[in-house]
Design a binder for this molecule. Structure first.
Ligand code: PGA
Ligand code: ZN
Length: 422
Protein backbone atom coordinates (compact mmCIF):
# COMPACT_ATOMS: atom_id res chain seq x y z
CA UNK A 1 0.00 0.00 0.00
CA UNK A 2 1.29 3.44 -0.97
CA UNK A 3 1.47 6.02 1.78
CA UNK A 4 1.27 9.78 1.59
CA UNK A 5 4.78 11.23 1.94
CA UNK A 6 4.31 14.97 1.51
CA UNK A 7 1.58 17.62 1.36
CA UNK A 8 2.33 21.11 0.10
CA UNK A 9 -0.05 24.05 -0.46
CA UNK A 10 0.56 27.40 -2.10
CA UNK A 11 -1.30 30.48 -3.24
CA UNK A 12 -2.06 30.75 -6.98
CA UNK A 13 -4.43 32.98 -9.00
CA UNK A 14 -7.85 32.01 -10.38
CA UNK A 15 -9.46 33.10 -13.67
CA UNK A 16 -10.55 36.44 -12.14
CA UNK A 17 -6.99 37.08 -11.01
CA UNK A 18 -7.87 36.48 -7.36
CA UNK A 19 -5.83 34.26 -5.06
CA UNK A 20 -6.86 30.67 -4.52
CA UNK A 21 -5.26 27.57 -3.07
CA UNK A 22 -3.37 24.77 -4.85
CA UNK A 23 -2.25 21.63 -3.03
CA UNK A 24 0.27 19.04 -4.22
CA UNK A 25 0.51 15.62 -2.58
CA UNK A 26 3.08 12.85 -3.14
CA UNK A 27 3.20 9.22 -2.09
CA UNK A 28 6.25 7.24 -0.98
CA UNK A 29 6.17 5.40 -4.32
CA UNK A 30 6.36 8.66 -6.29
CA UNK A 31 2.81 9.20 -7.42
CA UNK A 32 1.76 12.83 -7.30
CA UNK A 33 -1.37 14.94 -7.76
CA UNK A 34 -2.24 18.63 -7.78
CA UNK A 35 -5.64 20.15 -6.94
CA UNK A 36 -6.69 23.79 -7.21
CA UNK A 37 -9.96 25.16 -5.87
CA UNK A 38 -12.44 27.51 -7.60
CA UNK A 39 -14.35 30.42 -6.08
CA UNK A 40 -17.88 31.78 -6.54
CA UNK A 41 -19.15 35.36 -6.87
CA UNK A 42 -22.86 34.78 -6.25
CA UNK A 43 -22.32 32.47 -3.31
CA UNK A 44 -25.10 30.88 -1.28
CA UNK A 45 -25.43 32.07 2.32
CA UNK A 46 -25.06 28.53 3.66
CA UNK A 47 -21.98 27.48 1.71
CA UNK A 48 -19.01 26.14 3.67
CA UNK A 49 -16.62 28.97 4.49
CA UNK A 50 -13.98 29.99 1.97
CA UNK A 51 -11.17 31.23 4.19
CA UNK A 52 -9.63 34.53 3.05
CA UNK A 53 -6.98 36.53 4.89
CA UNK A 54 -8.84 39.85 5.07
CA UNK A 55 -5.45 41.59 5.05
CA UNK A 56 -6.09 44.73 2.97
CA UNK A 57 -2.35 45.11 2.36
CA UNK A 58 -2.41 42.02 0.11
CA UNK A 59 -4.74 41.30 -2.85
CA UNK A 60 -7.38 43.65 -1.38
CA UNK A 61 -7.96 41.27 1.49
CA UNK A 62 -8.51 38.22 -0.76
CA UNK A 63 -5.23 36.41 -0.03
CA UNK A 64 -5.44 32.78 1.09
CA UNK A 65 -2.21 32.48 3.08
CA UNK A 66 -4.13 31.43 6.22
CA UNK A 67 -5.76 28.56 4.32
CA UNK A 68 -2.36 27.64 2.86
CA UNK A 69 -0.79 27.67 6.34
CA UNK A 70 -3.65 25.56 7.68
CA UNK A 71 -2.71 22.86 5.16
CA UNK A 72 1.07 23.11 5.51
CA UNK A 73 1.22 23.53 9.28
CA UNK A 74 -1.86 21.70 10.61
CA UNK A 75 -3.44 19.29 8.11
CA UNK A 76 -0.24 17.91 6.52
CA UNK A 77 1.07 16.09 9.59
CA UNK A 78 -2.19 14.17 10.01
CA UNK A 79 -2.42 13.24 6.34
CA UNK A 80 1.19 12.10 5.92
CA UNK A 81 1.39 8.32 6.36
CA UNK A 82 -2.24 7.74 5.31
CA UNK A 83 -3.45 5.56 2.45
CA UNK A 84 -4.61 7.89 -0.36
CA UNK A 85 -7.11 5.32 -1.62
CA UNK A 86 -9.05 5.43 1.65
CA UNK A 87 -11.02 8.59 0.87
CA UNK A 88 -13.47 8.18 3.75
CA UNK A 89 -10.60 8.04 6.21
CA UNK A 90 -8.88 11.10 4.69
CA UNK A 91 -12.09 13.13 4.73
CA UNK A 92 -12.93 12.05 8.28
CA UNK A 93 -9.51 13.25 9.43
CA UNK A 94 -10.19 16.60 7.75
CA UNK A 95 -13.65 16.89 9.32
CA UNK A 96 -12.31 16.02 12.77
CA UNK A 97 -9.46 18.51 12.51
CA UNK A 98 -11.86 21.29 11.56
CA UNK A 99 -14.64 20.36 13.94
CA UNK A 100 -17.10 23.06 12.79
CA UNK A 101 -20.38 22.66 10.90
CA UNK A 102 -19.34 25.08 8.12
CA UNK A 103 -15.57 24.39 7.96
CA UNK A 104 -14.82 27.86 9.22
CA UNK A 105 -11.82 26.83 11.31
CA UNK A 106 -9.51 25.53 8.59
CA UNK A 107 -11.47 26.80 5.56
CA UNK A 108 -13.40 24.73 3.02
CA UNK A 109 -10.87 25.84 0.39
CA UNK A 110 -7.99 24.37 2.42
CA UNK A 111 -9.92 21.20 3.25
CA UNK A 112 -11.18 20.52 -0.29
CA UNK A 113 -7.74 21.07 -1.81
CA UNK A 114 -6.46 18.17 0.31
CA UNK A 115 -9.56 16.01 -0.14
CA UNK A 116 -9.52 16.42 -3.91
CA UNK A 117 -5.75 15.98 -4.30
CA UNK A 118 -5.94 12.76 -2.22
CA UNK A 119 -8.77 11.51 -4.40
CA UNK A 120 -6.79 12.09 -7.58
CA UNK A 121 -3.75 10.54 -5.94
CA UNK A 122 -5.81 7.45 -5.12
CA UNK A 123 -6.62 7.14 -8.82
CA UNK A 124 -2.95 7.56 -9.75
CA UNK A 125 -1.91 4.89 -7.24
CA UNK A 126 -4.40 2.47 -8.76
CA UNK A 127 -3.18 3.46 -12.22
CA UNK A 128 -6.63 4.52 -13.35
CA UNK A 129 -8.01 7.66 -14.94
CA UNK A 130 -9.86 9.65 -12.26
CA UNK A 131 -13.27 9.03 -13.85
CA UNK A 132 -12.82 5.25 -13.68
CA UNK A 133 -11.68 5.50 -10.08
CA UNK A 134 -14.77 7.63 -9.35
CA UNK A 135 -17.03 4.97 -10.88
CA UNK A 136 -15.52 2.40 -8.57
CA UNK A 137 -15.84 4.58 -5.49
CA UNK A 138 -19.18 6.27 -6.06
CA UNK A 139 -20.60 5.40 -9.48
CA UNK A 140 -24.05 3.96 -9.84
CA UNK A 141 -23.78 3.40 -13.60
CA UNK A 142 -20.91 2.49 -15.91
CA UNK A 143 -20.23 5.38 -18.32
CA UNK A 144 -20.04 4.77 -22.05
CA UNK A 145 -18.88 7.05 -24.85
CA UNK A 146 -22.53 7.47 -25.84
CA UNK A 147 -23.72 8.55 -22.42
CA UNK A 148 -21.59 11.32 -21.01
CA UNK A 149 -23.13 14.24 -19.11
CA UNK A 150 -24.80 16.80 -21.38
CA UNK A 151 -23.05 20.18 -21.38
CA UNK A 152 -24.91 23.33 -20.32
CA UNK A 153 -23.28 26.24 -22.15
CA UNK A 154 -23.60 29.64 -20.54
CA UNK A 155 -23.65 31.90 -23.62
CA UNK A 156 -24.82 35.15 -22.00
CA UNK A 157 -23.49 36.36 -18.65
CA UNK A 158 -25.51 38.77 -16.53
CA UNK A 159 -25.88 39.46 -12.82
CA UNK A 160 -22.63 39.43 -10.88
CA UNK A 161 -20.77 37.78 -13.78
CA UNK A 162 -21.19 40.33 -16.55
CA UNK A 163 -20.54 44.05 -16.86
CA UNK A 164 -23.78 44.46 -18.89
CA UNK A 165 -27.15 45.34 -17.38
CA UNK A 166 -28.93 41.95 -17.35
CA UNK A 167 -30.29 40.87 -13.98
CA UNK A 168 -30.53 37.14 -14.69
CA UNK A 169 -27.11 35.63 -14.18
CA UNK A 170 -26.94 32.99 -16.91
CA UNK A 171 -28.63 32.29 -20.23
CA UNK A 172 -27.93 28.72 -21.34
CA UNK A 173 -27.93 26.79 -24.57
CA UNK A 174 -28.26 23.07 -23.87
CA UNK A 175 -27.88 20.50 -26.67
CA UNK A 176 -30.29 17.56 -26.66
CA UNK A 177 -29.15 14.73 -24.39
CA UNK A 178 -29.55 12.46 -27.44
CA UNK A 179 -26.39 14.00 -28.92
CA UNK A 180 -22.97 12.55 -28.27
CA UNK A 181 -20.66 14.85 -26.33
CA UNK A 182 -18.49 15.70 -29.37
CA UNK A 183 -21.56 16.82 -31.30
CA UNK A 184 -22.88 18.78 -28.32
CA UNK A 185 -19.54 20.58 -28.08
CA UNK A 186 -19.65 21.41 -31.77
CA UNK A 187 -23.18 22.81 -31.37
CA UNK A 188 -22.10 24.91 -28.39
CA UNK A 189 -19.07 26.30 -30.19
CA UNK A 190 -20.96 27.11 -33.41
CA UNK A 191 -23.78 28.86 -31.55
CA UNK A 192 -21.29 30.77 -29.40
CA UNK A 193 -19.68 32.21 -32.52
CA UNK A 194 -23.03 32.81 -34.24
CA UNK A 195 -24.21 34.77 -31.21
CA UNK A 196 -21.05 36.87 -31.33
CA UNK A 197 -21.72 37.70 -35.00
CA UNK A 198 -25.32 38.63 -34.22
CA UNK A 199 -24.16 40.95 -31.43
CA UNK A 200 -21.64 42.56 -33.78
CA UNK A 201 -24.34 43.05 -36.44
CA UNK A 202 -26.56 44.70 -33.84
CA UNK A 203 -23.65 46.89 -32.74
CA UNK A 204 -24.07 45.46 -29.24
CA UNK A 205 -21.22 44.91 -26.79
CA UNK A 206 -19.67 41.50 -27.47
CA UNK A 207 -16.99 41.31 -24.80
CA UNK A 208 -17.31 38.42 -22.36
CA UNK A 209 -18.09 37.98 -18.68
CA UNK A 210 -16.58 35.81 -15.95
CA UNK A 211 -17.76 32.50 -17.41
CA UNK A 212 -16.87 33.30 -21.02
CA UNK A 213 -20.42 34.16 -22.18
CA UNK A 214 -21.16 37.52 -23.77
CA UNK A 215 -22.20 40.37 -21.48
CA UNK A 216 -24.22 42.83 -23.59
CA UNK A 217 -26.36 45.75 -22.49
CA UNK A 218 -29.95 44.94 -23.49
CA UNK A 219 -33.39 46.28 -22.60
CA UNK A 220 -34.48 43.21 -20.64
CA UNK A 221 -33.74 39.62 -19.70
CA UNK A 222 -36.38 38.50 -22.17
CA UNK A 223 -34.35 40.24 -24.91
CA UNK A 224 -31.39 38.05 -23.98
CA UNK A 225 -33.56 34.94 -24.37
CA UNK A 226 -34.76 36.29 -27.73
CA UNK A 227 -31.12 36.65 -28.77
CA UNK A 228 -30.56 32.96 -28.03
CA UNK A 229 -33.70 32.09 -30.05
CA UNK A 230 -32.41 34.18 -32.96
CA UNK A 231 -28.98 32.53 -32.67
CA UNK A 232 -30.45 29.04 -32.88
CA UNK A 233 -32.91 29.96 -35.63
CA UNK A 234 -30.14 31.35 -37.80
CA UNK A 235 -28.12 28.13 -37.38
CA UNK A 236 -28.51 24.62 -38.78
CA UNK A 237 -30.10 23.45 -35.51
CA UNK A 238 -33.73 23.33 -34.44
CA UNK A 239 -34.82 24.94 -31.18
CA UNK A 240 -36.45 22.55 -28.72
CA UNK A 241 -35.29 19.61 -30.77
CA UNK A 242 -31.51 19.86 -31.18
CA UNK A 243 -31.00 22.53 -28.53
CA UNK A 244 -32.90 23.95 -25.59
CA UNK A 245 -32.77 27.11 -23.52
CA UNK A 246 -32.17 27.26 -19.78
CA UNK A 247 -31.67 30.00 -17.19
CA UNK A 248 -29.84 30.58 -13.93
CA UNK A 249 -31.72 33.47 -12.37
CA UNK A 250 -29.50 33.50 -9.23
CA UNK A 251 -32.54 35.21 -7.70
CA UNK A 252 -31.02 35.71 -4.24
CA UNK A 253 -29.09 38.53 -5.91
CA UNK A 254 -32.30 40.17 -7.24
CA UNK A 255 -34.27 40.49 -4.06
CA UNK A 256 -34.58 44.11 -2.87
CA UNK A 257 -36.79 44.77 0.16
CA UNK A 258 -38.64 41.49 -0.31
CA UNK A 259 -39.33 42.08 -4.03
CA UNK A 260 -37.70 40.88 -7.21
CA UNK A 261 -36.42 43.72 -9.37
CA UNK A 262 -36.08 43.01 -13.11
CA UNK A 263 -35.96 45.29 -16.14
CA UNK A 264 -38.65 43.26 -17.98
CA UNK A 265 -41.45 44.86 -15.96
CA UNK A 266 -41.93 48.30 -14.48
CA UNK A 267 -42.89 47.39 -10.92
CA UNK A 268 -40.90 45.23 -8.56
CA UNK A 269 -42.48 41.77 -8.25
CA UNK A 270 -43.63 39.85 -5.20
CA UNK A 271 -42.61 36.18 -5.05
CA UNK A 272 -45.99 35.15 -6.45
CA UNK A 273 -45.82 37.67 -9.29
CA UNK A 274 -42.29 36.58 -10.13
CA UNK A 275 -43.45 32.95 -10.11
CA UNK A 276 -46.17 33.84 -12.64
CA UNK A 277 -43.62 35.72 -14.75
CA UNK A 278 -41.43 32.59 -14.85
CA UNK A 279 -44.39 30.34 -15.67
CA UNK A 280 -45.14 32.65 -18.61
CA UNK A 281 -41.52 32.57 -19.75
CA UNK A 282 -41.62 28.79 -19.70
CA UNK A 283 -44.88 28.76 -21.67
CA UNK A 284 -43.31 30.99 -24.30
CA UNK A 285 -39.89 29.35 -24.63
CA UNK A 286 -40.38 25.76 -23.36
CA UNK A 287 -37.36 26.10 -21.10
CA UNK A 288 -35.43 22.99 -20.11
CA UNK A 289 -34.27 24.34 -16.74
CA UNK A 290 -34.57 27.26 -14.34
CA UNK A 291 -31.90 27.46 -11.65
CA UNK A 292 -32.37 29.43 -8.42
CA UNK A 293 -35.71 30.99 -9.49
CA UNK A 294 -36.21 32.48 -6.01
CA UNK A 295 -34.23 33.62 -3.02
CA UNK A 296 -32.52 30.88 -0.97
CA UNK A 297 -34.93 31.39 1.96
CA UNK A 298 -38.09 31.74 -0.14
CA UNK A 299 -39.21 28.10 0.23
CA UNK A 300 -42.87 28.83 -0.45
CA UNK A 301 -42.36 30.11 -3.99
CA UNK A 302 -39.93 27.28 -4.80
CA UNK A 303 -42.58 24.77 -3.71
CA UNK A 304 -45.32 26.53 -5.72
CA UNK A 305 -43.25 26.73 -8.89
CA UNK A 306 -42.23 23.08 -8.66
CA UNK A 307 -45.86 22.04 -8.09
CA UNK A 308 -46.87 24.15 -11.11
CA UNK A 309 -44.28 23.30 -13.77
CA UNK A 310 -41.86 20.84 -12.14
CA UNK A 311 -43.10 18.04 -14.40
CA UNK A 312 -42.10 20.03 -17.51
CA UNK A 313 -38.58 21.16 -16.70
CA UNK A 314 -35.75 21.10 -14.18
CA UNK A 315 -36.08 23.45 -11.21
CA UNK A 316 -32.47 23.53 -10.04
CA UNK A 317 -31.32 24.26 -6.51
CA UNK A 318 -27.91 25.92 -6.29
CA UNK A 319 -27.87 28.63 -3.58
CA UNK A 320 -30.93 26.88 -2.13
CA UNK A 321 -29.15 23.56 -1.59
CA UNK A 322 -25.42 24.49 -1.47
CA UNK A 323 -24.44 20.82 -2.08
CA UNK A 324 -25.55 20.18 1.51
CA UNK A 325 -27.29 16.96 2.53
CA UNK A 326 -29.50 18.57 5.16
CA UNK A 327 -30.71 21.27 2.76
CA UNK A 328 -31.30 18.64 0.08
CA UNK A 329 -33.29 16.46 2.49
CA UNK A 330 -35.42 19.49 3.38
CA UNK A 331 -36.02 20.30 -0.30
CA UNK A 332 -37.00 16.68 -1.02
CA UNK A 333 -39.42 16.64 1.88
CA UNK A 334 -40.97 19.95 0.83
CA UNK A 335 -40.98 19.26 -2.92
CA UNK A 336 -39.06 22.50 -3.50
CA UNK A 337 -37.12 21.49 -6.64
CA UNK A 338 -36.23 18.48 -8.78
CA UNK A 339 -32.58 19.01 -9.75
CA UNK A 340 -29.40 19.88 -7.87
CA UNK A 341 -26.30 21.81 -8.79
CA UNK A 342 -23.23 20.06 -7.41
CA UNK A 343 -20.26 22.25 -6.47
CA UNK A 344 -17.74 20.41 -4.25
CA UNK A 345 -16.41 23.66 -2.78
CA UNK A 346 -19.86 24.52 -1.40
CA UNK A 347 -19.47 21.61 1.05
CA UNK A 348 -15.72 20.99 1.22
CA UNK A 349 -14.93 17.26 0.87
CA UNK A 350 -15.26 14.71 -1.92
CA UNK A 351 -16.98 12.15 0.33
CA UNK A 352 -19.69 14.59 1.40
CA UNK A 353 -20.20 15.67 -2.23
CA UNK A 354 -20.62 12.05 -3.28
CA UNK A 355 -23.08 11.37 -0.51
CA UNK A 356 -25.22 14.38 -1.53
CA UNK A 357 -25.27 13.04 -5.10
CA UNK A 358 -26.34 9.63 -3.85
CA UNK A 359 -29.28 11.04 -1.92
CA UNK A 360 -30.29 13.24 -4.89
CA UNK A 361 -30.21 10.29 -7.28
CA UNK A 362 -32.20 8.13 -4.92
CA UNK A 363 -34.91 10.77 -5.08
CA UNK A 364 -34.79 11.06 -8.88
CA UNK A 365 -33.22 14.51 -8.89
CA UNK A 366 -31.29 15.46 -12.01
CA UNK A 367 -27.59 15.97 -11.23
CA UNK A 368 -25.66 18.94 -12.64
CA UNK A 369 -21.96 19.08 -11.77
CA UNK A 370 -20.80 22.69 -11.88
CA UNK A 371 -17.67 24.87 -12.01
CA UNK A 372 -17.54 28.28 -10.25
CA UNK A 373 -17.41 31.71 -11.84
CA UNK A 374 -13.83 32.08 -10.60
CA UNK A 375 -12.10 28.89 -11.69
CA UNK A 376 -8.74 27.45 -12.69
CA UNK A 377 -7.46 25.22 -15.48
CA UNK A 378 -8.35 22.25 -13.25
CA UNK A 379 -10.19 19.47 -15.16
CA UNK A 380 -11.02 17.22 -12.19
CA UNK A 381 -14.74 18.02 -12.38
CA UNK A 382 -15.05 16.48 -15.84
CA UNK A 383 -13.83 13.12 -14.50
CA UNK A 384 -15.89 13.41 -11.37
CA UNK A 385 -19.09 14.21 -13.31
CA UNK A 386 -18.63 11.22 -15.61
CA UNK A 387 -17.73 8.94 -12.72
CA UNK A 388 -20.76 9.75 -10.59
CA UNK A 389 -23.05 9.51 -13.63
CA UNK A 390 -24.14 13.18 -13.65
CA UNK A 391 -26.89 14.07 -16.11
CA UNK A 392 -25.37 17.45 -16.98
CA UNK A 393 -22.22 19.50 -16.53
CA UNK A 394 -22.22 23.28 -16.30
CA UNK A 395 -18.74 24.50 -17.18
CA UNK A 396 -19.53 27.92 -18.69
CA UNK A 397 -19.23 29.08 -22.29
CA UNK A 398 -17.24 27.11 -24.84
CA UNK A 399 -14.54 29.76 -24.57
CA UNK A 400 -11.82 30.80 -22.02
CA UNK A 401 -9.12 28.38 -20.93
CA UNK A 402 -10.48 27.45 -17.51
CA UNK A 403 -13.85 26.44 -19.05
CA UNK A 404 -12.35 24.70 -22.08
CA UNK A 405 -9.99 22.61 -19.94
CA UNK A 406 -13.05 20.82 -18.56
CA UNK A 407 -14.88 20.42 -21.87
CA UNK A 408 -11.69 19.16 -23.55
CA UNK A 409 -11.23 16.60 -20.79
CA UNK A 410 -14.77 15.32 -21.45
CA UNK A 411 -13.93 14.95 -25.10
CA UNK A 412 -10.82 12.95 -24.14
CA UNK A 413 -12.94 10.71 -21.92
CA UNK A 414 -15.39 10.16 -24.77
CA UNK A 415 -12.57 9.07 -27.10
CA UNK A 416 -10.99 6.91 -24.40
CA UNK A 417 -14.26 5.11 -23.73
CA UNK A 418 -15.00 4.70 -27.45
CA UNK A 419 -11.59 3.13 -28.05
CA UNK A 420 -12.05 0.78 -25.10
CA UNK A 421 -15.61 -0.32 -25.76
CA UNK A 422 -15.42 -0.20 -29.55
P1 PGA B 1 -20.85 31.40 -8.78
O1 PGA B 1 -21.93 31.23 -9.94
O2 PGA B 1 -19.74 30.46 -9.04
O3 PGA B 1 -20.45 32.86 -8.89
O4 PGA B 1 -21.58 31.11 -7.50
C1 PGA B 1 -22.25 30.01 -10.50
C2 PGA B 1 -23.72 29.72 -10.34
O5 PGA B 1 -24.46 30.49 -9.70
O6 PGA B 1 -24.18 28.68 -10.82
ZN1 ZN C 1 -26.33 29.15 -9.92
Amino acid sequence: MAKIKSVYSREILDSRGNPTIETTIWTDNNHGSVASIPSGASTGKLEAVELRDGDQQRFNGLGVLKAVANVNQIIAKYIIGQDPTNQNNIDQILLNLDGTENKSKLGANAILSVSQACFELGAACEDKPTFEYTVEKYGLTIPTALHLPTPIFNLINGGKHGAGNLEFQEFHIIPSSQKQFSEALEIGSELYHNLKNILIEKKAIHSVGDEGGFAPNLFSNTDAIELLVETVESSRYKLNQDVFIGLDIAASELLKNGKYKISDVKDNLSGEQFRDFLIDLNRKYSLISIEDPFDQEDWKDWIDLTANIGKQLMIVGDDLLVTNKKRLAEAIEKGACNAILIKPNQIGTISETASVIKLAKKNNFSIIVSHRSGDTDEDFLADFAVGVGADFVKFGAPGRGERIAKYNRLSFIQEYLASKNG
